[in-house]
Design a protein. Sequence first.
Length: 698
Amino acid sequence: MRGAAFRPGLLQNVPLHGAKLGPVPGDGRRLAEEVEGSCVENAVSTATPKIYCTTEGEWVVPVGQCQCLPGYETTGDSCQACKPGYFKPALGNDLCRVCPDNTRPSDTGATQCECEEGYFRSPSDPLTTACSAPPSAPRDLISTTLSAEGKLQLSWDPPLVTGGRTDLTYSVVCELCDVSGSCVPCSDKIRFDPSPSGLQDTFVIVADLDSHLNYTFTVEAHSGVSQYSTNRPISTLTTALDYLEPPKVTMIHLDERSPTSLSLSWALSRRPPAHITHRYELMYRRKDDEGEKDVTTYTVLILEKNSVQINDLSPGTSYMFRVQVLSPEGNPSSYSMEHEFHTSSIAESQIQNNSTIVMGAVVGVAVMLLIVVAVLLLRKRRLSSRGRGGPEDPYFSSDQLKPLKTYVDPHMYEDPNIAIQKFVTEIDPNFISKQKVIGVGEFGEVFRGVMKSPVRGEVPVAIKTLKPGYSEKQRQDFLSEASIMGQFSHPNIIRLEGVVTKFKHAMIVTEYMENGALDTYLRDRDGELPSYQLVGMLRGIAAGMKYLSDMNYVHRDLAARNVLVNSNLECKVSDFGLSRVLEDDAEGTYTTRGGKIPIRWTAPEAIAYRKFTSASDVWSFGIVMWEVMAFGERPYWDMSNHEVMKAINEAFRLPAPMDCPSAIYQLMLQCWQHERSNRPRFTDMSTFWTNCSEVQSL
């Protein structure tokens, strides 16, 4: 054989003597049995190298591949060590590389090139990349006040030294420092937009700051090798909002009048921070003074609170009033609109006194008559019920009646405890017993328990608790939700049983909903519930939202996770922590001052401008409809919040869930109209559930 004159690749030591010939292939050649070999020096193979030889002495069918070790490159039929200044990091037959930038010259046979002093590689960087240095500090950090609402923008220039990296990010820390240099972190209420860390842009907006406080902001640059630096690349700025425009007076109310006095009070456009005390400048004049002289005569009063009683006025006379708010520095807001009030005449006052006596008697008689009529009607109704042989008509319920009252925002009370006393029932803590933890809320644990009632006996309840170590503000925020819930009475709104406040550990007690949150309930029963049952759930949620809308109330966080299900599969709207009342303006909007927005459930105008209306609740209800018909599937699946906002603005809408009735999906699309005035109202939807033939046929 001629094999001794041929070396296949990096094989060596292939003995040819004594090879057994194999069977004759179709072309008449014979193959020798397989012959094992070995790799040349500094080369290895994952399997034993083998090769075959024909009777003509030719090498054929090699098996196994020899590869040069790290630090060695292929040169002909051998593996030679990399020259100084070169390296090869892995097993293979490729050539050695020149050491990358910012590395030390390598020795012979190097598998990597070490970084020069002051330069590093990130754990995720391959050995073939150049070493890089940590960034220097951001430059020219400045602050710019954006508005009179406690908001400023921090901006800076990139570091002079980026280290040659492209993964540069920034983080911002806020602290309050005193004259001694002692610093504490800023309160949790301060918000950063878009985030306090992981910033790729060189600016951030900081909101909900208070005036008259010195804030110290530290901006730090980060890269993939920052952890190896001994010095933090930071820039620091201390600034203060020396002036916030005071709130404005929106309405002046006449509380009481007499022939010689008027008692007035007024409301503000927003509640001032607790540590800032505003004063008020009240100006008033007789109405008939205007135009009679070249100069109108005003009386000016500086007041410490938002109410006043003005005496020594003339009977039966009209007076014009306007008020402005003064900041602690004396900076004024704009004046309110001028309001007209008039004192009563002496004769009118006497008639009023006589009328009061007469009206008292009339009211007394009317109350007596109403009690008698009510008793007779109740008796007649009970007799009628017995005649039918069944309970009262279940279809006659309060959700068909428009509420006779309007929601009152508990935040409008100067003392939050007044709202608690007005809207909520106090429960003796001895009547409450906890049984089992069923969840964790924002303020503490939530328990299933029992409430002893003298009328209803032992009633199952849910008990929200306030965790130990709370501040007074946390306690007020915790109880404010009870002040909201206490104003509602509807079969599709979670019922508040009462609160425990005269005890060390405050508690909010609500009715117990056996099946928990709607989204979890649906996911656990995917495909098990028929369409008519899902539609029944939606009908109940819509009835509850119509009730809230009729009360001029915006929920802001309507989602399946905030709807609870009882043992009868009745759905009730809950979680009023983000809710707010509508402002008294033409569009009925509420502008938030912060807080997280649930992007997947929120209307585009509420995300963009933070203006919430009943129309934005309608958008959220459309998402809830989709969640219910999709058995609790996550809206927009695994898309990021940014991708969701971009898709919505590009007119993308969620597709119809499987087996969803077309009428239900069409209502979803109506709820997702980009122009909020084109969306249906909750009042309009009530007719849909009763009149839609496709829904009724389910």
